[in-house]
Design a protein around this ligand. Structure first.
Ligand code: PLP
Length: 460
């Protein structure tokens, strides 16, 4: 008998949206090292973090024991506006590659903000509102996080100040327009609105900015206002917790057809989509239930896992955040301005860093011309114009599928298609006009960043 054909899109029903987030940390026998308070180098307590972050989010950040954390009904209601997201079998891509491999991707670009970031934005704003806050500040790089947070803030009635990396705000004026339509105030960073912004501008007047700078500015403003806190769209453990919705939906959809992936691939900027995508699969791997290969893909121009140091570092350029032990290029590292593909953060989620350090995850880097070439091929075959960030994952999925041609293996490859590329058209214009170039940081560029890593006993 002919086996049931796996459909192009495997949808879940609305009532199959997971009711809990999966806390990957609770499955790790060795936990990531704790955050340290920068004044004492002692592990951060709830009290240390309270001035900066929302209360419920701190509890989630520090929770290393509960495997599942309930998703409040109010957040599930919001999720229903755009979830469950489809899991797609890349039949056309497989055919174009002539690979015996099966390729699947989870598409998170089907909401106005255009990426997976909304999954955590809604949770963070929900808890901020519950806590009685009236405004939030944040940074945004490529703009997806700022857009997602603007949507969530508009929904829950919260004011929002966004510091947007200057070079991005110039490359993506339409993103800014969307954020402003949802009611957010958007300031290109570094700006003269903050002390740290003015200092950065004085030291480096032509800088295109970086996420690290923008975080410092957003933090400074949040400290200066009442009932205002700062929220972050990646890196932190609680963001990965929220993003576990992606992996859980994915697993539920795959299970319907008895599909067990061999390789799972995600692009890695701060590590949140990767952490969320792999969460249930990694939980099983940590319990010895599967032998999936996990691959993090990063840009060659900002290679924190593949070229960074595993050290305690600040999350921002102004050195205001707690110290996190992570793979880092140094908080002063600023990727080359010609890098158009997002994923420009100097550090990496402590959870992903630890899993990588302990050998549970592999990492590779790719140059941007290859990324855009693959993005073009993907758009032509699968029909979706991918975000450049997502195209990093596609690149390695394609590489792995091509390897299967040689070996004849029918590997099942799953990757995260984190977003669409409709706001990345200036990068696509550069690519189409052949003005895009590759840039790989030199030893001197890297050393310059490493020099900003603290020389403390914890880093010996
Ligand atoms: C922000 C973003 C990323 C990278 O962030 P992670 O925290 O590493 O997931 C990847 N893809 C898209 C579309 C994004 O918006």
């Amino acid at each position: 008998m002919k086996k049931n054909r796996i459909p192009n899109k495997i949808y879940l029903a609305e009532n199959e949206i997971p009711k809990t987030w999966l806390n990957i940390k609770a499955f790790m026998k060795e936990k990531p090292d704790p955050m340290l308070a920068p004044s004492t180098y002692k592990p951060c307590t709830y009290k240390d973090l309270e001035p900066v972050f929302c209360k419920e989010l701190i509890k989630q950040e520090l929770n290393g024991t509960d495997k599942e954390i309930e998703i409040p009904e109010g957040i599930i209601e919001f999720y229903k506006m755009y979830r469950p997201s489809p899991l797609i079998r890349a039949y056309s891509l497989e055919k174009a590659l002539k690979t015996p491999a099966e390729i699947y991707y989870k598409y998170e670009g089907n909401n106005t903000s255009g990426s997976h970031k909304l999954n955590s934005a809604v949770a963070q704003v929900y808890y901020a509102k519950e806590e009685g806050l009236t405004s939030l500040t944040t940074e945004t790089g490529a703009g997806q996080w700022g857009t997602a947070l603007s949507m969530a803030c508009a929904f829950y009635g919260m004011e929002l100040d966004i510091f947007m990396v200057k070079i991005s705000s110039e490359q993506k004026p339409y993103r800014k327009a969307v954020m402003e339509t949802y009611g957010a105030r958007v300031t290109p960073s570094p700006s003269d609105k903050t002390e740290i912004g003015r200092k950065i501008l004085k030291d480096n007047p032509t800088t295109g900015g970086s996420l690290g700078c923008a975080i410092s500015e957003a933090l400074e403003v949040s400290f200066s206002k009442d009932k205002c806190k700062y929220v972050l769209g990646s890196v932190l453990d609680y963001v990965i917790l929220h993003q576990s919705i992606i992996g859980q939906e994915c697993k539920a959809a795959l299970d319907k057809y008895g599909i067990a992936p061999d390789i799972i691939i995600g692009c890695a900027g701060g590590g949140s989509n990767l952490g969320g995508l792999i969460a249930p699969f990694m939980a099983d791997k940590l319990e010895g239930k599967n032998n999936i290969r996990f691959i993090a893909v990063e840009p060659a121009s900002c290679p924190s896992l593949t070229h960074g140091r595993y050290a305690y570092d600040f999350g921002d350029t102004g050195k205001m955040t707690p110290l996190m032990r992570m793979y880092t290029l140094g908080s002063n590292f600023i990727p080359s301005p010609n890098h158009a593909g997002g994923l420009r953060y100097h550090g990496m989620s402590p959870i992903i860093s630890k899993l990588y350090h302990d050998g549970y995850i592999d990492a590779v880097s790719v140059e941007q011309l290859k990324v855009f070439k693959t993005a073009e091929m993907f758009a032509k075959t699968e029909g979706i114009l991918p975000a450049p960030e997502s195209a990093h994952a596609i690149c390695i999925a394609v590489d792995e599928a091509i390897k299967c041609i040689e070996t004849g293996e029918k590997k099942k490859i799953l990757f995260g298609l984190t977003g669409n590329g409709y706001f990345d058209l200036s990068a696509y214009i550069d690519y189409n006009n052949k003005t895009m170039t590759d840039y790989v940081p030199t030893e001197a560029d890297l050393q310059n960043g490493f020099n900003s890593i603290l020389d403390i006993p914890h880093n010996k």
